[in-house]
Design a protein around this ligand. Structure first.
Ligand SMILES: C[S@@+](CC[C@H](N)C(=O)[O-])C[C@H]1O[C@@H](n2cnc3c(N)ncnc32)[C@H](O)[C@@H]1O
Length: 480
């Protein structure tokens, strides 16, 4: 497990893990007492972000990160190994069960019933699914702490299941076309549906895609596992815009626009010196989508001028959003949307900050080189490049990046994994999602450093974000 494993006999290792859990719980208790906040109950709906305020205290987060790392390591240590491997190999049923709960609108149907729940006959009726099969699906979820089986075949929501709630009335959802489910609602489940539909189906084709073709010489006809699974030559982002993929496009857009914010606790505003830029400094948000990040920057730092670049149809959506959210910035020219392909040269102008958020991970390294070289050509000595992505750590100690500010982290307590194992696992899932769908990749600091150097950018600072954060790591580079 941890690289320090040889120092501990097995029982001492188990005790050390248990001790990490006990002392972390004591830390949580102290922080809650000091701040007068309470810990969120696993039995109560996750309906408002404020209800997470106890868990969001920095010290509570750090303690929670240790508990997740230690508890999962403890399970991996004590359960008979073949059973752990079988349970790991069968995880796909859990993904499927989550999607079934979403498409049957189970969470919305159960919302009003509260803790007493509803019989599965009632839950199954609106979507006309077989109640006995739905009960088995929900029981697997309840066994994983998602929903509660209150009495045989009677299920109720709990905090985990309630994360899937759109907040909409189930009778409205059932009578709407499927692509309208997330309209006017919370779209977190849309993100999960994208993972479990396009992502999961593609993942099942990764084995055949990664292996060399049978003769060992000819190239595989499919570039990505996604291409193989969906029998298409189109890159994912083109395919999802095909007419017949309307439901998937709507769901994907909803999931990424609104859904991802439910999970993020730190933001674009943290970890970068936005206030150091004077009136009129230009920030170019490259591949900025509808400008949701730029919107947060503009609201917090009104002295900045924001230019959001993306593909033409996306910029039109962005203008609509900004007209609602911050019309004054568009009218005064303080913010503008620019249709621009990031594989083309940047328009000449003085840019203070180029922002690349969740862009580089979408692309293979050679394409990232093209994007970064165009930005470098448009930069002057004072330009900063801010990259926001998942920066992943090796699962072992690494010291080669010690000269980059923030890159090295203190090793966690023995015998935890250096990357805290399950605590940071979402970043590694994201990496495989990138591989599967796009031939993209999440990068380590070493890989990012090498990539930037090839494009004459120098990586000067890294911050990883909160313990549980995803897509919130930041890297700052300057021209070489
Ligand atoms: C994962 S989204 C990130 C959006 C935004 N940066 C954010 O963090 O919310 C990737 C974005 O890249 C845009 N994109 C893809 N190919 C592009 C290209 N060749 N030129 C400009 N933008 C592109 C997509 O339209 C999409 O908005």
């Amino acid at each position: 497990m941890g690289s320090n494993i040889k120092d501990l006999d097995p029982l001492s290792e188990i005790k050390a893990l248990a001790e990490i859990i006990t002392s972390s719980i004591a830390d949580i208790e102290t922080s809650l007492k000091d701040t007068g906040r309470t810990y969120p109950s696993p039995h109560i709906a996750h309906s408002r972000p404020e209800s997470e305020s106890g868990r969001n205290i920095l010290e509570v987060q750090i303690a929670g990160a240790k508990i997740v790392a230690a508890a999962s390591q403890l399970i991996a240590t004590v359960r008979p190994p073949p059973l752990t491997m079988i349970a790991n190999a069968l995880q796909y049923h859990l993904s499927t069960a989550i999607r079934i709960a979403i498409v049957t609108h189970t969470v919305e149907i159960l919302r009003d019933a509260g803790p007493k729940g509803k019989h599965v006959q009632e839950i199954a009726k609106p979507t006309n699914v077989d109640p006995t099969k739905l009960a088995r699906v929900l029981r697997l979820l309840a066994t994983n702490h998602i929903f509660v089986e209150v009495s045989p075949d009677v299920f109720a929501n709990n905090r985990l299941s309630s994360v899937l709630d759109t907040g909409k009335n189930w009778e409205i959802i059932v009578n709407q076309p499927a692509d309208q489910k997330y309209e006017g609602g919370i779209a977190f489940a849309a993100l999960l549906e994208h993972f479990i539909d396009e992502g999961f189906k593609s993942s099942s084709a990764l084995v055949e895609t990664i292996l060399p073709s049978e003769d060992g010489l000819s190239k595989t006809p499919y570039k990505t596992a996604f291409n193989r699974a969906f029998k298409t030559d189109s890159p994912f982002f083109d395919w999802v815009e095909h007419k017949e993929q309307k439901l998937r496009l709507t769901r994907f857009a909803a999931g990424f626009a609104g859904g991802s914010t439910v999970a993020a606790s730190d933001t674009i505003l943290d970890g970068f010196a936005w206030t150091s830029y004077p009136e009129g400094s230009i920030v170019v948000d490259v591949g900025g989508g509808v400008g949701s990040q730029s919107l947060a920057i503009a609201k917090a730092h009104p002295q900045l001028s924001l230019i959001v670049q993306d593909r033409a149809p996306v910029t039109l959506e962005g203008i609509k959003l900004w007209k609602q959210e911050l019309p004054g910035h568009l009218e005064s020219g303080r913010a503008l949307f620019e249709s621009h392909d990031f594989f083309d040269r940047q328009p000449p102008r003085k840019v203070s900050v180029f922002l690349l958020r969740m862009i580089l991970h979408d692309w293979p390294t050679e394409d990232c080189v093209k994007i970064l070289k165009h930005l470098r050509a448009a930069a002057d000595n004072s330009t900063r490049l801010l990259i926001v992505d998942n920066i992943i750590s090796y699962a072992c100690h690494e010291t080669q990046t010690k000269d980059i500010c923030g890159a090295l982290r203190l090793p966690p307590q023995k015998p935890l994994l250096p990357n805290l194992g399950q605590t940071s696992v979402l970043k590694y899932y994201a990496d495989l999602n990138m591989m599967t769908l796009l031939d993209g990749q999440e990068r380590t600091v070493l890989q990012l450093n090498e990539l930037l150097e090839r494009c004459s950018w120098k990586l000067i600072e890294v911050s990883y974000g909160d313990s549980f954060s995803v897509s919130q790591s930041k890297a700052i580079a300057v021209p070489m």
